[in-house]
Design a protein around this ligand. Structure first.
Ligand code: NAP
Length: 266
């Protein structure tokens, strides 16, 4: 019988979160959400957050945060980033693999070299950072959250490297969840579909009439005919990271207003 009351205190205070690409878009919302919960948030990204509205927000909210500059397609920089985090902030409780670029390497238009580069941009660092952080995660009984994309299951066209990376992230979520069972390290995946971020903005602008294209997409989003917000993705990440999700592992969570699975003709 249950003798406790369920209160959604995520209990993340002082826990170390690492958010790749945590300075923009979905990553920025995750950074803010974790900071608001009292976590120590380390942003790992290639563009400095110094003087940005995000940094001003973090300061105004007395957040405990750090920034590590790294080009994540370089494995060596991934290793150094984790080493520096462990040295400066201690053990990692949650690694959010989020950084990625929908880089348009198509089956017809791409080259093998560009395809391989796309895997470095989008996939290899998910493994590298998780690999270098895993002993620390075992000590904290922490968790990994991979941000994938609907393109992993729907395709998009003209983006083989990105789609392959996103698909691999789904497989690795299951694979790592299994390998980490003995250590009670949970591994989950959050799958956005349509979220208006700087990445999305640059993608939509590749179309001749971006506004028309955007409307044709939002018209097909079943719940509310609107884009998902970065904050709605972040809420799922924070819940999954918390002890409230203590029996959830190896899962693929779609936060997309029904875009991927519901009948869009309705
Ligand atoms: P975003 O607005 O472009 O932000 C991504 C951040 O990651 C940027 O700060 C970017 O740095 C950084 N980054 C990318 N590659 C990096 C690298 N190699 N090394 C270091 N930093 C790197 O993207 P977003 O839309 O928030 O996307 C975040 C995640 O959500 C991605 O994994 C994406 O696949 C996924 N997703 C997004 C959508 C959507 O609708 N937006 C849909 C499905 C999935 P720079 O600013 O320097 O480039």
């Amino acid at each position: 019988s249950y003798s406790f009351t369920i209160v959604m205190d995520l209990n993340l205070k002082d826990k170390v979160f690492v958010v790749t690409g945590g300075g923009k878009g979905i990553g920025e919302a995750i950074t803010k959400g974790a900071a608001a919960e009292g976590a120590t948030v380390i942003i790992v990204s290639r563009t400095d957050i110094e003087g940005t509205p995000l940094e001003n927000w973090l300061k105004a909210h007395n957040a405990v945060y750090g920034f590590i500059k790294a080009e994540l397609s370089d494995e060596d920089q991934c290793k150094k980033a984790i080493e520096e985090i462990l040295m400066r902030y201690g053990d990692i409780y949650c690694l959010v693999n989020n950084a990625g670029v929908n880089d348009g390497v198509g089956l017809q238009q791409g080259t093998v070299e560009k395809f391989i580069n796309s895997l470095f941009t989008n996939l290899i660092h998910y493994y590298a950072l998780s690999h270098y952080a895993v002993e620390s995660l075992k000590r904290t009984k922490g968790n990994i959250i991979n941000i994938s994309s609907k393109t992993a299951v729907t395709g998009q066209g003209n983006t083989s490297g990105y789609a392959a990376s996103k698909g691999a992230q789904l497989a690795l979520t299951r694979e790592w969840a299994v390998e980490m069972l003995p250590y009670e390290v949970r591994v989950n995946c959050v799958i956005p579909a349509e979220v208006y971020t700087p990445l999305y903005d640059s993608w939509i602008k590749t179309f001749p009439n971006p506004e028309e294209k955007l409307k044709s997409i939002t018209d097909k989003i079943p719940l509310g005919k609107r884009m998902t917000t970065s904050e709605e993705i972040a809420s799922m990440v924070l819940y999954l990271a918390s002890e409230k999700a203590s029996h959830i592992t190896g899962q693929h969570l779609f936060v997309d207003g029904g875009y991927t699975h519901l009948d869009r003709a309705l």
